[in-house]
Write a protein that binds this ligand. Structure first.
Ligand code: SAM
Length: 323
């Protein structure tokens, strides 16, 4: 990695300066891209500017880890792990002998004060989850909030996430999406959660467990209506599979086939655009045609209403012709 002094390094060090016991100015951050180094390569390998590093790890295929993530895991004083045994496999694969410590939903409240004390004393701590991006349906948010409140530098080392991986392979519109995390496990609460998001004009991404999949898909079909969807399973792993179809058909498939093996994400296409009535189109066109060309008015009204351009054009011609 080319290393030169630069602005990014300076900002990382200013973050370090906020910590009560910072490292020497020659320590540089591996946490930002073009970093400055005044020490030797050996020093560089072992030093990381103080702060909290949120490090994404693979969601299956261990080759999906970034070079920067490996640098940070190697350089951190301690790696906070959702499950130290899971992270040990990743560290072993890349020959990293890092100190690890559990930080998960069950010990976070108890562990957080000591973690923050270490950060304030100038430690460089990395946080990882079992798979993917920490904080995304995984622990870490409260730690980040507390660290920021204490003036501790927080650096994100991005990488894999099941949500985006599923979205990309789903074939559904990626331009606007809502990540809804896990839906509630109980049917009534799940129905309410789906009601809340059903009118959002965006692709929906939901994490779901295999045993609940068929029921959850049936609820989605009932509340969200007929929409294209995809179940993306075992992403980046040997038995990766993306099954596409409409929600009701997918629900029927998994009801008959039983719960699939492994981890999965459900991606659901946006609602069909509401079809405007002829009267609504005429009203919108009537306003637009007072100050726009026919073509501009048609384009604007088609975009605003979601109606087909040809239909809007026909109405515009009719209005102009007094029909
Ligand atoms: N932080 C992770 C991320 O960035 O994607 C998600 C953690 S969440 C506790 C675990 C859920 O992510 C699983 O139940 C599943 O819905 C999804 N997931 C994780 N790995 C996956 C994979 N390889 N294939 C499909 N879904 C996966």
């Amino acid at each position: 990695m080319p290393r030169s002094k630069g602005a990014a390094g300076a900002s990382a060090l200013s973050g370090a300066g906020r910590a009560t016991k910072s490292r020497t100015a020659s320590a540089f951050s591996l946490g930002n891209a073009a970093q400055g180094a005044e020490g030797t390569e050996a020093e560089a390998a072992s030093k990381l500017a103080p702060g909290l590093y949120l490090v994404a790890t693979p969601i299956g295929n261990l080759a999906d880890v970034t070079l920067r993530a490996l640098d940070v895991l190697r350089g951190a004083d301690t790696v906070l792990c959702e499950d130290t045994r899971v992270t040990a496999k990743l560290l072993a694969r890349y020959g990293i002998a890092a100190a690890t410590q559990p930080y998960h939903d069950h010990n976070a409240e108890r562990a957080r004060p000591a973690v923050l004390a270490r950060l304030k004393a100038g430690a460089a701590l990395a946080l990882v989850s079992d798979a993917g991006t920490p904080l995304v349906s995984d622990p870490g948010y409260k730690l980040v909030r507390a660290a920021l409140a204490d003036g501790i530098a927080v650096t994100v080392v991005p990488g894999a996430s099941a949500a985006l991986t599923a979205l990309l392979g789903s074939g559904l519109p990626p331009d606007r999406f809502l990540f809804a995390g896990f839906l509630p496990p109980k049917a009534a609460a799940r129905g309410r959660a789906l009601e809340e998001i059903k009118d959002i004009a965006a692709t929906l991404i939901v994490y779901e467990s295999a045993p609940r999949l068929a029921k959850s898909l049936a609820d989605m079909a009932a509340v969200l209506g007929p929409r294209p969807a995809a179940v993306a399973r075992e992403l980046t792993k040997l038995h990766e599979e993306v099954r596409r179809g409409d929600l009701a058909a997918l629900a029927a498939h998994y009801r008959a086939a039983g719960p699939p093996k492994g981890e999965l994400v459900v991606v659901i296409g946006p609602p069909a655009p509401a079809t405007a009535t002829e009267a609504e189109l005429d009203r919108a066109l009537g306003v637009a045609l007072t100050h726009k060309s026919l073509r501009e008015a048609v384009d604007d009204v088609a975009t605003a209403t979601g109606a087909r351009r040809r239909q809007v054009y026909a109405r515009a011609l009719a209005l102009k012709g007094g029909r």
